[in-house]
Ligand binder design. Structure first.
Ligand code: PLP
Length: 395
């Protein structure tokens, strides 16, 4: 009998290294492991949000919501978008609620890219954009952000655009680098989008997690960019509910039509009671976001300090909740050896930097630490990060 294999479009997909590190730390150190690999909070979600979700279930919000999102959540998202970004979006025709930003980006690409279209993606990247391209037969064109300050080389960027380019994916604030794209950088990218008539898909899931007074600029707010920008966002990071799987997409109406069709056939809709709870959260006052920022600033400052004392060289993030750390001072063979040693010997999981790059060997001088963690967790991690041996001592 002929043996069966997966479809060709899946052959380039690899198991997530991040989840692999999570599995390792749980397996090797089931009681006292510390997971600084995966980007989810180990602290509670806001009480009011949890109460609202419980109430929604008890109030029988348990059947399908409108496919493209409960009306009160879409109204709330439109309010929040006006409040924080200063742009008007029509909740009836320009917002789609999805199962997380993850499904959001997949629906955007499937809805808007044709096989053979090219999409520009910055490297190091968040691991979903390449596979999303593969799902719709689009071709990723990778453009490096240059360490240590993750600068754009505008000539290299410009050379990546051509007649087949249909979109560029921008993630600001950025995972894994912590870069917050400046207005000037975004204006330069916008100019290329106009020149080549392409779309911008902007993943803004960390929009409220910013340090040292950094400002988030949504590309949709730049001159002439609203009509060609598709914003992907969600509740996961801003409200510390990564397991709820509620995200959303904001796009001009004719693009939204295509995105909604894909979304409908992929998932029908996001969890109705969690959308009901989210509807209240997206209208919370500024104080909530200020506290979120202050708490993250404390975590970032603490971890950076610990890493520096260790002799590692963290690149200080201006946004999101990760830091890429240069491990060369420790002379381990590469990032994978470092990460494996750290999880086995010290029970701390981090992510090898090379998993954020396409080219073989690229990024192997980095590991990524995630710090959406209670201060107590970071304090527990600190002594385990001190006195790291040289490779020869590590064996
Ligand atoms: C840049 C980026 N986009 C999207 C996501 C996933 O978002 P969601 O939980 O809404 O699917 C993550 C999660 O780590 C992320 O880092």
């Amino acid at each position: 009998m002929e043996s069966f294999t997966g479809a060709e479009r899946t052959t380039s997909f690899t198991e997530s290294v991040i989840r692999e590190m999570t599995r390792l730390v749980n397996h090797l150190h089931s009681t006292d492991g510390i997971n600084l690999a995966q980007g989810f909070p180990d602290f509670s979600a806001p009480r009011e949000l949890k109460d609202a979700a419980c109430r929604a279930i008890q109030d029988n919000v348990n059947q399908y919501a409108i496919t493209w999102g409960a009306k009160n959540l879409r109204d709330g998202i439109a309010w929040k978008t006006r409040h924080f970004l200063g742009i008007d979006v029509d909740p009836e025709r320009e917002i789609t609620v999805t199962c997380g930003a993850t499904e959001g980006m997949a629906s955007v690409m499937l809805g808007l890219l044709n096989p053979g279209d090219e999409a520009v993606i910055f490297e190091p990247f968040y691991g979903n954009y390449g596979p999303d391209c593969a799902l719709c037969g689009a071709i990723p064109r990778y453009v490096p952000l240059l360490a240590p300050d993750w600068k754009l080389d505008r000539d290299v960027l410009s050379a990546a655009f051509g007649p087949r380019t249909r979109a560029i994916v921008i993630n600001t604030p950025n995972n894994p680098t912590g870069k917050v794209f400046t207005r000037d950088e975004l204006l330069a990218i916008a100019e290329l989008c106009e020149q080549w008539n392409c779309l911008m898909f902007t993943d803004e899931i960390y929009e409220h997690i910013l340090y040292d007074g950094a400002l988030h600029v949504s590309p949709a707010t730049l001159p002439n960019m609203r009509e060609r920008t598709v914003i992907v966002n969600g509740l996961s990071k801003t409200y510390s509910v990564t397991g709820w799987r509620v995200g959303y997409v904001i796009a001009p109406a004719q693009l939204t039509d295509a995105i909604r069709k894909v979304h409908d056939f992929l998932t029908v809709g996001a969890a109705a009671p969690l959308q009901a709870a989210g509807a209240a959260a997206v209208c919370w006052p500024e104080a909530y976001y200020q506290k979120l920022r202050d708490d993250y600033q404390q975590r970032r400052d603490y971890l950076i300090d610990v890493l520096r004392k260790t002799g590692l060289e963290p690149i200080v993030p201006l946004g999101a909740y990760y830091t890429m750390v240069d491990i060369r001072p420790f002379g381990f063979r590469d990032d994978v050896h470092f990460a494996q040693w750290l999880v086995a010997e010290r029970g701390v999981a981090v992510v090898p930097g090379s998993s954020f790059y396409k080219a073989r060997g690229a990024g192997s001088n980095f590991v990524r630490f995630a710090f959406p963690k209670r201060m107590e967790t970071l304090e527990r991690a600190a002594p385990r990060l001190l006195d790291l041996p040289r490779e020869s001592e590590a064996g």
